[in-house]
Design a protein around this ligand. Structure first.
Ligand SMILES: [Zn+2]
Length: 227
């Protein structure tokens, strides 16, 4: 559990957890930032087509993300969601009302975000119960990734965690934004067993990601991981 977090400058965050003292880079590359402390990580990419925000954290994270952009006197032109889980889409209503970005998600996950479909629950009963208790405010006007045309971002389908879980390759930065398609568990790429809808499919997707030698995975949970 995080007890204390201090912004030393724009590049570093000192993070003191119960057991460890970690100096954490907030800047992933010259053009990619990690917004720390949003439950599931949010990444900001300063792309040639405009500022892109990947994932929006939990409902409570919305304020933190808005502050990140306000402090820099800028705003995201696009929000790309890796999948529909509430720790990745919860901050979206706040961000949408503040900045009105164009929002994209894989079509297979889109209707959960817009409230047109309910979330299918993973086989794990406890997790399923937990997800059943969480409410996400539906957001309208969410576009399908098929309509996305941002020249620096390539789509890699990595289904399994959710039907529409997607990863995003940014060649110039040698990174892949993976959402929860891959979890960094003590330096190893694994699937999120409890939360994944189709674990076999999720494992196949991880193999796709592991083939991306020379790239760094930017996961929703845990530190970046060399593939
Ligand atoms: Zn997830």
């Amino acid at each position: 559990m995080k007890l204390f977090s201090l912004n030393q400058d724009q590049s570093f965050i000192t993070l003191i957890s119960e057991k460890t003292l970690v100096l954490k880079h907030m800047r992933i590359t010259d053009r990619i930032d990690l917004i720390d402390g949003t439950m599931a990580h949010s990444y900001v990419f300063y792309s040639s087509s405009g500022i892109v925000l990947f994932d929006t954290g939990t409902r409570g994270s919305g304020k933190k993300i808005v502050e990140y952009f306000m402090n820099r006197k800028t705003k995201p032109a696009y929000v790309i969601l890796t999948h529909y889980h509430m720790d990745h889409i919860g901050g979206l209503p706040r961000i949408k009302s503040e900045f009105n970005p164009v929002v994209f998600i894989n079509d297979a996950d889109r209707k959960v975000v817009t409230g047109e479909a309910t979330m299918p629950h993973p086989p794990n009963r406890l997790v399923s119960m937990m997800l059943g208790l969480t409410r996400v405010t539906p957001v309208g006007d969410v576009k399908s990734l098929g309509d996305m045309n941002l020249e620096e971002i390539k789509i890699l389908q990595t289904p399994g965690h959710t039907p529409g879980s997607t990863s995003f390759i940014i060649e110039s930065e040698k990174v892949v934004v993976v959402g929860d398609s891959l979890v960094n568990s003590r330096g190893k790429a694994t699937v999120s067993k409890a939360f994944s809808l189709d674990i076999d499919l999720a494992r196949k997707s991880i193999e796709k990601l592991k083939n991306m030698k020379g790239y760094k995975a930017l996961p929703g949970h845990g530190d970046p991981l060399d593939l």
